[in-house]
Design a protein around this ligand. Structure first.
Ligand code: PLP
Ligand code: SF4
Length: 340
C-alpha cells in the first residue's frame, strides 16, 4: 500500500462560494445591470486598483437599467475615482498612529479594535481603508499572542471589537478560536463585530456562528453596515432574526453618501426598515477624506439640514448619531460639535 494521504477537503460552505463568486470585472457588472460606460457622467474604470467585489446576493438586489441605483453606485468604479482630488489621503484617519501591536488599534481607553481580517466580501468604493496595506495592519496568527497579551495586561479594556476588513471573512473555526482566547480575559465583558458581510452574504450567518455568539459569556454586539433600505432583503432580515434570537444586540452604522442615501426620506425609510428587522441605527458617518472617493462627499451644512429633518420624521431612538472621525479626538465627533 502506498502511503498516500487522502486529502479530502470539506466542501466549501455556501457563503464561501458566494465570497468566491464576488470577484467580477467592471464589464461583468455593467452587463449584469444592462448598462454601458456612457450611462455614467465620467464613465467607468475598467480595471481599478481596488478591485470590484460584489457577492451574488447583493448583485441580485440591484435594479436593472438604472444608472442611479443606490446599490450599484456603492460598488461600481466610476470615472470620478480617477479625477484629481486635492486634500485627500490614503490613510485619512492616521490609523497607523494608533497601532498598539500588530493588528490592534487602540484609539479609545475602554475599547481595543482588532483588525481580524484584511478581506471583505464586498468592496465599497467609498471605503476609508481602500488603500490600507493589510499586510502590515492585520492581526496575524503569529501576532495574535502579542495582541491578546496587550488586552490582558490592561484592565481598562472591557470591549474587544473585531473589525477589518470584515471579521466575518474568517471561518467559523477561526472565529471560535479567537473568541475563546478573548473570553478568558476576565475584564473583557463585551465582544463587538463590525460587519457588512451580513448584508452582502446573509448565508454567512451560519448555525455555527449563531451558536458561537449564543454560547459565549461575552455580551455580543454586531454592528452591521448598511446604507440603504433595499439592502435589507428578506434573506438579510431572516439572518438578522437568527442573530437576535441568539441574544445578540444589533446596531447599524451607515455612511452618508451622495446620490446613495443623502436625502431625509431615504434615510428615514432605511431606519424604519432596520428597526423592523430588529436593528437600531447607531452611527451615520460623514465620509473620510480618502483619495478616490470625493464624489461621495456630503457637506456638513447639508448634513445638519438632514439631521433636522430626521429628528422631525423619526422617534428619537431611530435617529442615528451623525458623526465624523477626527484624527486625535477621544471619540467620534458629533455633527453638532464640528466647527465649520
Ligand atoms: C470607531 C472606532 C471604535 C468604536 O467606537 P464607538 O464609538 O465605541 O463605536 C473603536 N476603535 C476604533 C479604532 C474606531 O475607529
Ligand atoms: S465592507 Fe467596510 S471595510 Fe470592507 S470595503 Fe466596505 S467599507 Fe471598506
Amino acid at each position: 500500500m502506498s502511503p498516500v494521504v487522502d486529502l479530502v477537503l470539506p466542501p466549501a460552505e455556501p457563503w464561501q462560494e458566494q465570497a468566491r463568486a464576488a470577484r467580477l470585472t467592471t464589464a461583468d457588472l455593467l452587463a449584469h445591470v444592462g448598462l454601458k460606460a456612457a450611462d455614467f457622467a465620467e464613465g467607468v474604470i475598467a480595471q481599478p486598483d481596488f478591485p470590484l467585489s460584489v457577492p451574488p446576493h447583493y448583485l441580485s438586489l440591484m435594479r436593472r437599467g438604472d444608472p442611479a441605483d443606490p446599490l450599484l453606485l456603492q460598488v461600481l468604479a466610476r470615472g470620478e475615482e480617477a479625477l484629481p482630488q486635492p486634500g485627500r489621503f490614503t490613510d485619512p484617519l492616521e490609523e497607523a498612529d494608533y497601532r498598539a501591536a500588530p493588528g490592534v488599534l487602540r484609539k479609545y481607553r475602554s475599547r481595543a479594535l482588532l483588525i481580524a481580517s484584511g478581506a471583505c466580501a464586498i468592496h465599497c468604493r467609498y471605503c476609508f481603508r481602500r488603500h490600507t496595506d493589510y499586510g502590515a495592519a492585520m492581526l496575524t496568527r503569529s501576532g495574535e499572542a502579542e495582541a491578546l497579551a496587550l488586552i490582558a495586561d490592561d484592565a481598562a479594556i472591557d470591549e474587544v471589537i473585531l473589525s477589518g476588513g470584515d471579521p466575518l471573512s474568517l471561518t467559523d473555526a477561526r472565529l471560535a478560536a479567537l473568541v475563546a482566547a478573548i473570553e478568558v480575559i476576565p475584564h473583557v465583558t463585551t465582544l463587538r463585530l463590525h460587519s457588512r458581510t451580513v448584508l452582502a452574504i446573509p448565508d454567512r450567518v451560519t448555525p455555527a456562528l449563531v451558536d458561537l455568539l449564543a454560547g459565549t459569556r461575552l455580551n455580543a454586539v454586531i454592528v452591521t453596515h448598511s446604507n440603504h433600505e433595499r439592502e435589507i432583503s428578506r434573506d438579510v432580515a431572516a439572518a438578522l432574526n437568527r442573530l437576535r434570537a441568539a441574544g445578540v444586540t444589533l446596531l447599524n452604522q451607515s455612511v452618508l453618501l451622495a446620490q446613495v442615501n443623502d436625502d431625509a426620506a431615504t434615510i428615514a425609510a432605511h431606519c424604519r426598515r432596520l428597526f423592523a428587522a430588529g436593528v437600531l441605527p447607531y452611527y451615520l458617518h460623514l465620509t473620510d477624506p480618502v483619495d478616490g472617493a470625493a464624489h461621495f462627499d456630503v457637506d456638513e451644512t447639508r448634513a445638519r439640514g438632514l439631521e433636522t429633518e430626521l429628528r422631525a420624521a423619526l422617534p428619537g431612538y431611530l435617529v442615528p448619531r451623525i458623526v465624523r472621525e477626527v484624527p486625535g479626538e477621544a471619540a467620534k465627533t458629533p455633527l453638532w460639535a464640528l466647527s465649520t
